[in-house]
Design a protein around this ligand. Sequence first.
Ligand SMILES: Nc1ncnc2c1ncn2[C@@H]1O[C@H](COP(=O)(O)OP(=O)(O)O)[C@@H](O)[C@H]1O
Ligand SMILES: O=C(CO)[C@@H](O)[C@H](O)COP(=O)(O)O
Length: 493
Amino acid sequence: MESILGIDIGTSSLKVMLLDSELGVIGVEAKKYDVSIPQTGYAEQSPELWWEALLYCLKELQKKYLEEYKRITAIGFSGQMHGLVMVDELGIPVRPAILWMDQRSENECMEIQQLLSLKVDMEETLHNRIFTGFAFPSLMWIKKYEVENYNKIYKIMQPKDYIRYKLTGMIGTEVTDASATLMFDVGKREWAFRVIDKIGLPRNIFPDCYESMDIQGKVTKEASIITGLNENINIVYGMGDQQAQSIGNGAIEEGLIICNIGTGGQISTYSETDRYDKNLRTHTFCHGIKKAYTIFGAILNGGMSLNWLKNNILEESNFENLSKMAEEIEAGSEGLIYLPYLTGERTPYMNPKAKGMFFGFRLSHDKRHMTRAVMEGVTFALKNSLKLLEGMNIQSRKVIASGGGASSPVWLQMQADIFNKEVQVCQVIEQACLGACIIAGVGTGIFKDVKTACDKFVSYENQIYKPNLEAVEVYEKLFYIFKRLYRSTEDLL
Ligand SMILES: Nc1ncnc2c1ncn2[C@@H]1O[C@H](COP(=O)(O)OP(=O)(O)O)[C@@H](O)[C@H]1O
Ligand SMILES: O=C(CO)[C@@H](O)[C@H](O)COP(=O)(O)O
């Protein structure tokens, strides 16, 4: 009997799962943290915050499950994507990490796009549009505005790579997160040095890049003393949170669509063919399963919209109250529509200037309508992504809902009604952590392959949320208005 640890460095919290390789989940610990907003449009987190959160979770797991903790033989990772961590020669972060939701690099995005060719560089090599919050433009911003910090950079990396480095003492990255920096050749699975040279970034700050299920190393003596983890534990590179949660949701075949509502929100699928939206409104990145890809549309304020409503507007104490309020109102929120573009939007508009909006207030509306409208607006925004994926001939047989948003039954029914698809959820709630455990187990040979591990650990709740035809009709009409609202106000942004 051996145990595996799966670590997910989320945007709102860090979560750690302890999994028994035969029996399944033993326990999960989580530690919340904040996104720091030093000024409007900026979003940062100190890498030390993630490390402290990890130490807290490990301590709790060790306290509760000492025997199983001692049996850990492998560790895997999942992490928030696109962010930029920069360390100096001593491995110390030169400044807080710039996160995926950061919008400071709008000008740098335009400058990069002017230097790159649309066809060869962006379409054929990167497969993605240059957008704020991705490591590439964030790095160009640092180069321009924080020269002192820029000159200190020894290596750049992604959030989970930093935490893995703290455990192994070794710097390195892997294909899923590297492809999400926008400086990576997605088809060739290697750094896009031709593009990097064109922009004038030094090649030596890019860490060596490996496959996601390769073993990087073992726990250092120093990390072992601090964490109580055995020095012999094998540490596997891991994946970005989209790819990890797709494994934890069992979505390793085409036809299954994942609707993840975390801090952001994504509609994603696994693909064995290298496809990308010709207008670059969606993302195509490497999957950690060799030769596969993940294709998805991403919205910037999924769960964050509800969080904003809860904290800044309604001053409610918990999400369960919000779900109760939403349940009291009929589908369509009596005509109230919410656009969730609080920090701009990626799919489908790729517009950092997009703004949030409520439309259609009447005297009869109250906070319950606002709550329901926020959940509906987030789901409409995700439907835009679903439509784009379908337009790329991607099958969408069934939707698997995941992330914090999937813990709300009223939101799950809304997904079924707005997408007009059956929706199911997994029995294991922390799918990205489970994905991280599976990656570690496959990488170290505990499991034969990803499919075998998914067959063993991924199962769905019996309840299937089926589309309610009346609600489907209401939502079809509102979805049309939802899209018109952005288009009609675009020139005012
Ligand atoms: N009980 C709930 N009902 C509705 N939404 C919820 C509930 N619990 C969490 N959420 C949503 O999930 C979000 C957090 O999701 P999570 O997957 O934990 O985020 P991340 O991985 O980005 O840290 C919250 O911002 C909130 O919108
Ligand atoms: O931005 C993306 C994908 O493009 C996410 O993968 C982020 O990593 C955030 O995920 P959540 O924390 O919102 O789940």
